[in-house]
Design a protein around this ligand. Structure first.
Ligand code: A2P
Length: 271
């Protein structure tokens, strides 16, 4: 049972009640630890950019489901996900082997805090991510509403290695050059990427760059200000805690769907 079930094998497992069974349309591997995939979107499925869903595979009587941010925007006719490959991971060990035509299961209810509804209006939107934490922001930066609500959108991603930043680099380039999106994005979108374990950006954790101000001087923008700025954070627990500490020390307050604030965090993915 170490490889993903073939279509004949999966046929042995009925689709559980209350889940969508969707078809993979494309898969792209970035490194031996990261890949993205796209799949069909059920006609009835609605979500807000930045939300996550539970994803599984039809390879067991009781499939394992994990929380995955939807990386595609709400207007996209397909759904996109950006995933880590965990050696021996109950889901990703199999998920990393999917190919176009395979079936992926998705629970029906999207949810999450990295949404516009949980932030009060502001001028600049900071999106802080590490690793696959960029996934919800891949949705948010491709949502026209983001540019209607904010004058400037600053996406940051730190990863250990340079190659891990390629999904984000392609995403930002494609978003800026996209016929539909470029009209909304204009020159509002900035991307700051750093690899913390190699090259010139070694040691450049986002927390360090906020504290020493290099993030702002590199981009030629003003430092964080709770009067004008809003922030969304997605990454490891340690990174979330540290950025929250930096934001709170500057006067930012956490928001939620039922009580919007000046920053939001997604805790669904951390161990
Ligand atoms: P570093 O290479 O200095 O550990 P991971 O793969 O461990 O989740 O790390 C992804 C990225 O997040 C890496 O660039 C890592 O930097 C960075 N990172 C890890 N912990 C923190 C933290 N507490 N604050 C900010 N960045 C962090």
């Amino acid at each position: 049972m170490s490889s993903v079930a073939t279509s004949e094998e999966t046929a042995a497992f009925p689709i559980p009640a209350g889940v969508f069974a969707e078809t993979v349309t494309s898969v792209k591997h970035y490194t031996d630890r990261l890949f993205s995939f796209r799949m069909t979107r059920p006609a009835s499925f609605r979500f807000r950019s930045g939300e996550f869903v539970m994803i599984g595979l039809p390879n067991a009587a009781k499939p394992v489901f994990r929380a995955y941010s939807i990386a595609s925007p709400a207007w996209d006719e397909e759904l996109e996900f950006f995933s880590i490959k965990v050696p021996g991971g109950p889901l990703t060990e199999h998920l990393q082997k999917i190919r176009p035509g395979d079936t992926v299961l998705m629970r029906k209810k999207p949810t999450g805090t990295l949404v516009h509804d949980a932030l009060i209006p502001g001028k600049r939107l900071f999106l802080f991510s590490t690793g696959t934490g960029i996934a919800p922001f891949a949705s948010v930066i491709r949502d026209p509403e983001t540019y209607e609500k904010f004058e400037q959108v600053i996406l940051t991603q730190t990863c250990r290695e340079n190659a891990e930043l390629n999904y984000g680099r392609e995403l930002v380039e494609n978003t800026k050059s996209d016929e539909l999106m470029s009209e909304f994005v204009g020159d509002k979108l900035m991307f700051h990427a750093s690899a913390t374990r190699e090259g010139e950006t070694r040691g450049h954790r986002i927390t360090t760059l906020i504290e020493n101000g290099k993030l702002f001087t590199d981009l030629g923008i003003e430092p964080l200000n709770p009067e004008t700025d809003r922030a969304m954070i997605c990454g490891s627990m340690a990174m979330l805690r540290e950025i929250e500490g930096l934001l709170q020390a500057r006067g930012f307050e956490e928001g939620a769907n039922n009580k919007p604030g000046t920053y939001v965090v997604e805790r669904a993915f951390v161990d």
